[in-house]
Design a protein. Structure first.
Length: 363
């Protein structure tokens, strides 16, 4: 994080160049009041006027936003690289594998607590064209599972157990890698093989150096079970399915639907949510509600077009009104980038609504 002196120097350098620092509005809650007071004192000592003092808020907010985005991006890159090694045929888990998992989960929780929108955006963006998608998928499922669980009031130990299970939830897929990247829908025999992966994955925990993750075995076995009994491999129903498995199962479905697969194109987040809700008997109502509250119909970081024809990016979800998030309007109705983007809380502006969810590239 930049020091206060660095921020002040950057601010005054920009002012000398005639560049108005960009960022949020004055008085934003992103800036701790102790920092604000120190900045105001420092500015006053430098002979700055009151308007300049207020403008520093935007500089600080911009620096904080950039820092959070960088931290989330660096963490996600590290996580995917690590998972790329795990989801690799022949992987042998080291003796400290469980500790490595917990360390990664705890880092994710810290980042989610700091600013969940950056983390959610990181796991909702498209995979690189040449990506090993199982690694990206596992990363996304872990982050989404943790965010749902945070909304359910999970404590540190529960989050560690859940997150660790989510990281290895698809390890059984290593037994059928020839089908994972098949560029066509699977036939009946191939689907039968795929449906064996939970049993194979749970069994592998005791033979690959993952013995310390026995708590994850139930999640691996049950995350494809469904609340109405239509899942596999055992056709379990309702609360007989471990809650951790229910959370990972829902995160798994949502993450998969919102990303491209070799055999189909991705669904937009609203379309995926609609399809999930149309089959809501498959999932616990309580967990579905947390998905809507924490991830939303339009996840943070999504580019959207409003009914005003303006385009913006979702900043955060209004938990009680998932269809009406807070949006930063970036482009006007003619597609011209605004000199000063403005923030619109759709929950407080009922005449404005989201008309379309866009790909990042289309925004």
């Amino acid at each position: 994080m930049l020091s206060i002196l660095q921020i002040l120097k950057k601010y005054h350098d920009d002012k000398k160049k005639g560049v108005e620092p960009a960022g949020g509005s004055a008085g934003s809650g992103d800036v701790p009041q102790t920092v604000v007071r120190r900045l105001e004192i420092s500015t006053a000592a430098a002979g700055a006027s009151s308007p300049e003092s207020l403008s520093i808020y935007s500089v600080v907010n911009k620096e904080l936003e950039e820092e959070r985005a960088a931290r989330a991006g660096e963490y996600h890159k590290k996580l995917v690289q690590w998972l790329g090694g795990v989801y690799c045929p022949g992987f042998q888990a080291p003796a400290d594998f469980k500790e490595q998992c917990i360390a990664l989960v705890e880092q994710a929780v810290v980042l989610l607590n700091t600013d969940s929108k950056e983390m959610i955006h990181a796991c909702c963006t498209d995979y690189p064209a040449d990506a090993q998608w199982l690694a990206f998928h596992a990363a996304g499922v872990m982050i989404l599972s943790l965010e749902i669980a945070r909304g359910m009031g999970y404590g540190k130990q529960q989050l560690n157990e859940l997150g660790t299970s989510a990281l290895v939830h698809d390890n059984g897929m290593l037994s059928c890698m020839d089908l994972v990247n098949k560029n066509a829908r699977l036939d009946e025999g191939e689907m039968k093989r795929i449906r064996e992966h939970p049993v194979l994955g749970a069994g592998a925990l005791g033979t690959t150096g993952m013995a310390g993750l026995q708590g994850a075995a139930e999640v691996i076995l049950q995350e494809h079970e469904r609340f109405d009994g239509s899942g596999y491999p055992a056709g379990m129903k309702g609360e007989a399915i471990k809650e951790h498995a229910q959370i990972v199962g829902l995160a798994d479905v949502y993450e998969a639907m919102t990303h491209n697969r070799p055999y189909r194109a991705k669904y937009s987040p609203p379309k995926a949510i609609n399809m999930i809700l149309n089959k809501k008997s498959l999932f616990s109502t309580r967990i579905l509600k947390r998905l809507l509250e924490r991830i939303g119909v339009f996840p943070a970081g999504s580019w959207v077009r409003l009914n005003t024809k303006e385009t913006g990016v979702v900043l955060c979800v209004n938990q009680n009104l998932p269809l009406r998030p807070v949006v930063k309007v970036v482009f006007d109705e003619n597609g011209v980038k605004l000199a000063s983007p403005r923030q619109v809380d759709l929950a407080a502006n009922l005449l404005i609504c989201i008309e379309e969810c866009l790909d990042d590239a289309a925004a």
